[in-house]
Design a protein. Structure first.
Length: 329
């Protein structure tokens, strides 16, 4: 099982002589920059000129510079732009990395799949909060923490992990727990999870359930509620207290039917499909496909998104949600 670090494991002074350059001020960037700053760490924010977020960062009292200027000032350069911008941003950072500096990430894709090949004389680390940035910031402000992952890819100074753990502490992650992992494990499990379960698996399950009911003459509105809307209630129960908590809360008919029939729906064929998807992640086949999509204007991506958005469940859902939109207010 994994090593989990807590507040007392971190050396609170490990960043005292370091300047952290936070590149990007979006979801993760604003949270890391503000939490580090409020924790007393020297922070500069790096953005492109004319960036929409430049003023927002300055309004918070942060020192904002261009990407190369920030990278020059930083001993730890935290790449917090979207993954598709890692290469162009890294190209502006490379010349400003000195021996013993640290390249810091919140997701390992560009390193693990060799999109970025850092020089051999810098540390390469990852601190990846397991939640969107606005929660990382909100939890910090409430003296709460956000669980995070920590990984070291290159350790040239001998204390790369110490610094990364302190970084995790200063953004609030150690208050909850910092799980030690590797770039490989973080990337492969993240891609697999979103493909097989969270994004890919769930949406296909929803659509198949909806289609099966509608094709058999049931009303689309009923099918929407049964196969999509109620999913939130089920997920909330699982999130709060695990599978057991959900089984405990639904009717015993739902419990028996779910246990008995679920394994016939998601059967050994699905297990094999998952295994194959994992292998495409592990061999880099998926990464190569996604990188080449991006190089030629994302044709399959746009086509798949369009097909999904034109699915009947989307228009039915939009109409139905309009009937009770006070739920969101
Ligand atoms: P965002 O899309 O929120 O980042 C937007 C910021 O990046 C903006 O400040 C934007 O500036 C800047 N930016 C975009 N392109 C460039 C560029 N070419 N040059 C300079 N600045 C640029 O990213 P996220 O916070 O979602 O993701 C950052 C990293 O964190 C990624 O590696 C992601 O995988 C990881 N991560 C994200 C999580 C999340 O929940 N969002 C969770 C855990 C990890 P401008 O205003 O100029 O466009
Ligand atoms: Mg430097
Ligand atoms: Mg992901």
């Amino acid at each position: 099982s994994s090593t989990v670090y807590h507040e007392q494991d971190a050396d609170a002074a490990a960043l005292d002589d370091e300047t952290v350059a936070v590149l990007g001020y979006g979801s993760q960037g604003h949270a890391h920059a503000l939490n580090l700053y409020d924790s007393g760490v020297d922070v500069v924010v790096g953005l492109r000129e004319g960036s929409a977020s430049w003023e927002a960062a300055e309004d918070e009292g942060l020192d904002v510079r261009t990407v190369p200027e920030a990278a020059k000032a930083g001993d730890i350069v935290s790449i917090l732009v979207p993954d598709r911008a890692h290469i162009p941003v890294y190209n502006q950072v490379e010349d400003h990395l000195e021996a013993g500096d640290t390249l810091q990430f919140a997701h390992g894709f560009s390193i693990h799949y060799s999109q970025i090949e850092p020089p051999a004389d810098v540390n390469v680390t990852m601190v990846a909060p397991k939640s969107p940035g606005h929660l990382v910031r909100r939890n910090y402000n409430r003296d709460q923490g956000t669980p995070g992952l920590l990984a070291v890819y290159q350790n040239v100074t001998g204390d790369a992990e110490t610094k990364a753990l302190t970084y995790a502490q200063k953004i609030g992650c150690a208050r909850a727990g910092v799980i030690k992992t590797t770039f490989q494990e973080e990337v492969e499990s993240d891609l697999f999870g979103e493909q097989a379960v969270l994004c890919g698996g769930v949406t296909e399950l929803i659509k198949l359930g909806f289609e099966t009911l509608v094709e058999n003459g049931y009303s689309p509105e009923i099918a929407y509620f049964e196969c999509l809307n109620e999913l939130k209630l089920i997920v909330d129960l699982i999130y709060e207290g695990g599978l057991e908590n959900m089984w405990h809360s639904v009717s015993d008919t739902a419990e028996f039917g779910g246990l008995e029939e679920g394994r016939h729906i998601v059967d050994d064929q699905v297990r094999e499909n998952m295994q194959e998807a994992l292998e495409r992640v592990q061999t880099g086949e998926f990464a190569r496909k996604w990188i080449s999509e991006n190089q030629c204007g994302r044709p399959s991506y746009h086509q798949l998104r369009r097909a999904d958005s034109e699915h009947q469940i989307e228009s039915v859902g939009e109409d139905l949600r309009g009937l009770y939109d006070w739920n969101d207010q």
